[in-house]
Design a protein around this ligand. Structure first.
Ligand code: URA
Ligand code: CA
Length: 440
């Protein structure tokens, strides 16, 4: 097929056929279409969009560009994906809880890039934990324990790998059909039959408006409908970091604190809500209420914490971290960041807080950077809180005093105080499934 004529068709707003779209995905995966033509095609899609049918065809074509797993895990394989957050470690809380309730959580996760953290980096802060497992061992752990979390193998959706790298440098990241197909092609290829998407809105989110957020969520639910997979989208707030801890070992600690009943808050609420959607989407529970009750029991009884311990052990990690948090990497300096004025906390620039943690060493500036598992930020205040001058806004966990000084300024700048009481952002805004949208 002549790829130039396919680019021309998209330029002229014509709808592409399944064959033309498959030619695009194949050409990206096998290298037969050069970068400059792929780049032109990406920009044509960014400017002229894709229909729901085209988007679903692109998703399936990218999924089929590499291995397609069909794992036998003794139930419906379920996965959860977040469009990217800060202090967002729902996976480490909900995967063991869902497993304790009988779900089969087959999770392939990414590393952190930019201001958002990655589950794989967080898990690597546990001594001995293996994020790379042979496929049969991964599937065996999901079947036996109920959950396993590994990095994505290179053989999965290679078309996405090439296109994603080009999008970064061609200003085509923010295109709904490209984001939706990129996320779901990898989930479909990994063998998930039920997928719960946590689509973020707010200052730390991938889409900068609520309209864009809803359009992305709807596009992904539509792809699920066309592909015969159960896709549920939850719209939740990234107006502030979800948990209080930002950083790799720090986020593992917060997950263990929640599973031990020592901590609560928004991270716990969103984890339970997403977990409930996973149990319903994978047909373990008949409805949300039953699922939420079951998850609360698993949390209160300690069954969730036991599952996390089992998973860590199965993946070669030191499971004693669940009882002794001092076995996690610790930063040498713990430095409070004082508020410079008084008032009500009105706004946070969540992406800037993520970048401040990145500056301490918790994230990467470039793909090849090595992260420091111990460092990060523990927030002391949330939107709506009353703040007095000199009170700590956050505590920095730093490797050096110099890195802490830069991060302290960034944290102060990322937080806006106001004289009038501020309203709390809506934590969970809506749930979208094939049957429509439910506002919460
Ligand atoms: N995450 C992905 O995997 N792909 C995108 O395009 C955006 C976020
Ligand atoms: Ca995440």
């Amino acid at each position: 097929m002549d790829f130039l004529s396919i680019i021309t068709a998209k330029k002229l707003h014509q709808e592409l056929s399944a064959e033309e779209i498959s030619c695009f995905a194949k050409g990206a995966a096998d290298g037969s279409v050069p970068d400059y033509q792929l780049a032109a095609m990406l920009m044509a899609i960014r400017l002229n969009g894709m229909t729901a049918r085209e988007t679903a065809d692109l998703t399936m074509a990218m999924a089929r560009s590499g291995d397609m797993l069909t794992p036998d895990v003794g139930g419906i394989p379920v996965d959860k994906h977040s469009t990217g957050g800060v202090g967002d470690t729902t996976t480490l809380v909900l995967a063991p809880l869902v497993a304790a309730c009988g779900g089969k959580v087959l999770k392939m996760s990414g590393r952190g890039l930019g201001h958002t953290g990655g589950t794989i980096d967080k898990l690597e802060s546990i001594p001995g934990f293996r994020v790379s497992l042979p496929e049969d061992e991964f599937v065996e752990i999901v079947r036996r324990v109920g959950c396993a979390v590994v990095g994505q193998s290179a053989q999965l959706a290679p078309a996405d790998k090439r296109l994603y790298a080009l999008r970064d440098v061609t200003s085509t990241v923010d295109a709904v059909p490209l984001i939706a197909s990129s996320i779901l092609s990898k989930k479909f290829a990994s063998g998930a039959r039920a997928i719960v998407l946590d689509v973020k809105y707010g200052s730390g989110a991938i889409m900068d408006s609520m309209e864009g957020t809803l359009a992305l969520a709807r596009a992904m639910v539509d792809i699920g409908a066309q592909a015969g997979r159960q896709v549920t989208a939850v719209i939740s707030s990234m107006e502030e970091p979800l948990g209080t801890h930002i950083g790799n070992a720090l986020e593992v600690k917060e997950a263990i604190d929640i599973l031990s009943g020592r901590a609560g808050g928004d991270l716990k609420k969103v984890s339970l809500f997403l977990g409930a959607q996973m149990l319903v989407a994978s047909a373990v529970c008949p409805d949300e209420e039953t699922a939420l009750n079951k998850l609360s029991l698993a949390l209160d009884s300690g069954a969730g914490l036991n599952k996390l311990q089992e998973m860590i052990r199965a993946q070669g990690g030191d499971d004693r971290v669940c009882e002794d948090l001092s076995l996690l990497p610790q930063a040498p300096f713990k430095i409070p960041v004082p508020a410079q004025g008084s008032g009500f906390l009105a706004r946070m620039d969540t992406a800037a807080l993520g970048r401040a943690a990145q500056g301490l060493g918790a994230g990467r500036l470039r793909k090849e950077d090595v992260i420091d598992p111990a460092v990060g930020i523990v927030m002391q205040k949330r939107i709506g809180d009353r703040v007095n001058a000199g009170e700590p806004l956050a505590v920095l966990h730093a490797r050096t005093k110099d890195s802490a000084a830069a991060a302290a300024l960034a944290v102060q700048k990322a937080i806006t105080l106001s004289d009038i009481p501020a309203e709390r952002p809506r934590l969970i805004d809506a749930v979208i499934t094939q049957s429509g949208m439910r506002k919460l």
